[in-house]
Design a binder for this molecule. Structure first.
Ligand code: ISL
Length: 550
């Protein structure tokens, strides 16, 4: 059964979820202590960002030992307990596999840099002369000189994250063994980090020059020449022998291309994490903004839904550990914070997708407010700050950009209660807490009627009881409307109309063709008693409504 299509996924960033020791860093026992909370929320799958040994140059996305739990997070016994506790509640466990690169401290790299002829010599991309001037994802060059081997090695991300050489069959076999190691323990799938970057074009051709002075190498490693061969082999050697979900994180590329990956008989991937809808408010890179346009947003959603379906299936997210919080990004904070969080939840949980909820989203957490660079931890944001200042930029402006666009916004500690440390830690948190934790936290949300958390729970259970919201036909209404996102979900037994006001003004929405026989189901603003007529009353700012049609 393709259980991942019916289920709802919850992403945990272990470092920021719950600290059980008081050292300021979240850990596995912390997650174990909150498994009942996950059950209460009603989700079906948990994706854990990397939990493996790592020197943390990129918060665990630089793995030094794939078979070892990061000691800060706990040990293998904790891992087993966590998996058992989740499984006992019918919650599946998905691990984050980072196999495009390792940590520079991984023993393969240590051996590879020592010797240009030994068995590990070709585990990474080594070149005597620097082949190109590609820019890394975190800024700066992708080739660094290694003093020991006296050659250059490739790293698309941080210099402590050397890219594995997938051309080498031994590398591939080693990775497959790691995957089997975890699947044999009973995990239910992987989220495959930047999986579409595995194959690099032969000769590493130079890219076009960018304003930074570096070049754009993406045509030579995004969906590279051998990617599909590697994925098919991975499927053949590993995936097809397990009941599991394969979620690929993919940068760039077109939905039509990905359809062939996920709808192919080889079925290498099941779900995708793409960036199209979270790139709409960016101009040339993530630091240069552009106004959010609802029409473009709707077009992107429609395009992916139409292209992948019916053979494939979409995942959808508004937040994760690389993205700022969604409330102010797609709607509005301040007095509209709760309403906006619920409106976005309504969209997420009524589209024909596997919804991904990121920790804290279900209580409407918001971005951080950085006032000094010393508070910023993320390598990408710190690199940005340095180059911005070097180029004569204003530090205050850089901090404002980091506070709205940087990755730390999604990584601030989970807000459990209003005590010091927000119930996340009894010590000093590794990254600063959001100032609003006394008003925005799980304990209060549990007690308060009509809270964001209660709304999430209601919608999750409503979705589960109404298959039309999962598999039903999706049809937009008023696709050109700049303020309203409205769509029908037509199932075998029921049809729903979802109307979302993305603006801060009152909006009239009429769908003449269908406005008859509508029964009010729920709204984040209005109660049923106030909804007297059988016409659709105007929508309040950021209101979301669900109707059922007879
Ligand atoms: O976050 C990004 C830009 O702001 C991306 O470039 C991000 O690095 C990219 O989406 C890949 O993400 C994944 O791989 C990275 C890791 O830093 C991210 O946390 C991870 O989600 C390298 O492993």
């Amino acid at each position: 059964m393709e259980w991942w299509k019916e289920g709802i996924l919850y992403q945990i960033y272990p470092k920021s979820f719950k600290d059980s020791t008081g050292n300021g860093v979240g850990d596995l026992p912390g997650i174990i202590s909150q498994v009942d909370y996950l059950d209460y929320l009603g989700i079906d799958m948990v994706w854990l960002s990397p939990i493996f040994a790592s020197p943390d140059f990129d918060n665990g996305y630089d793995i030094s030992n794939y078979r070892k739990i990061k000691p800060e997070f706990g040990d293998m016994a904790d891992f087993h307990t966590l998996m058992e506790e989740l499984h006992r509640r019918d919650i599946r466990l998905i691990l984050d596999m980072v196999v495009n690169h390792t940590s520079s401290q991984h023993k393969w790299f240590q051996k590879s840099r020592e010797n240009s002829r030994g068995p590990f010599a070709d585990f990474y991309h080594w070149e005597t002369d620097k082949p190109n001037n590609w820019e890394s994802f975190f800024g700066g060059p992708t080739w660094s000189f290694d003093e020991a081997r006296e050659e250059y090695y490739l790293h698309l991300f941080h210099e402590e994250q050397p890219d594995l050489n997938w051309e080498n069959p031994r590398v591939r076999q080693e990775v497959y063994e790691i995957m089997k190691f975890w699947l044999d323990k009973g995990v239910d799938g992987f989220r495959l980090d930047v999986i579409n970057l595995l194959s690099k074009a032969e000769g590493y051709p130079e890219g076009e020059k960018k304003s930074s002075g570096y070049t754009d190498g993406s045509p030579y490693f995004v969906n590279g020449p051998k990617l599909t061969d590697y994925l098919k082999e991975m499927n053949q050697e590993v995936f097809k022998n397990y009941d599991m979900v394969k979620i690929g994180e993919v940068i760039g590329g077109e939905p039509q291309y990905y359809k062939s990956l996920i709808a192919d008989t080889e079925k290498a991937l099941d779900l995708l994490i793409h960036f199209d809808h979270v790139s709409l408010d960016q101009r040339k890179d993530k630091w240069t903004g552009k106004e959010f346009s609802l029409v473009s947003f709707k077009q992107v959603i429609e395009k992916w839904l139409r292209t992948l379906a019916p053979e494939g299936w979409n995942a959808f997210y508004l937040e994760n550990h690389d993205q700022p919080r969604s409330v102010e990004r797609f709607a509005k904070g301040g007095k509209y914070r709760e309403r906006s969080a619920k409106m976005l939840a309504t969209m997420l949980l009524t589209l024909p997708v596997t919804p991904f909820i990121y920790q804290g989203q279900e209580i409407g957490m918001t971005n951080l407010n950085f006032t000094d660079i010393s508070e910023v931890v993320d390598v990408e944001s710190r690199n940005f700050y340095n180059s911005f200042i070097e180029n004569g930029g204003d530090p205050q402006e850089a901090l404002e950009l980091i506070s709205t666009r940087g990755r730390d916004n999604g990584r601030s500690p989970m807000q459990w209660n209003s005590s010091r440390g927000a119930g996340f830690t009894s010590g000093t948190p590794w990254l600063k807490l959001n100032d609003n934790y006394q008003e925005v936290n799980v304990d209060q949300e549990k007690e308060k009627e009509n809270s964001v958390l209660q709304y999430y729970r209601d919608l999750i259970s409503f979705r589960k009881n109404n298959p039309a919201l999962i598999r039903g036909y999706f049809m937009q209404s008023a696709a050109d409307d700049e303020d309203i996102f409205a769509y029908w979900r037509k199932g075998k037994d029921r049809t729903f109309l979802v109307v979302l006001n993305f603006s801060n003004t009152i909006q009239v929405f009429l769908d003449d063709h269908y406005s008859k026989n509508l029964e009010f189901i729920m709204s984040n603003v209005m109660v049923k008693e106030d909804h007297a007529s059988d016409k659709i009353p105007p929508l309040a700012p950021y209101e979301a409504r669900i109707y059922s049609q007879h």
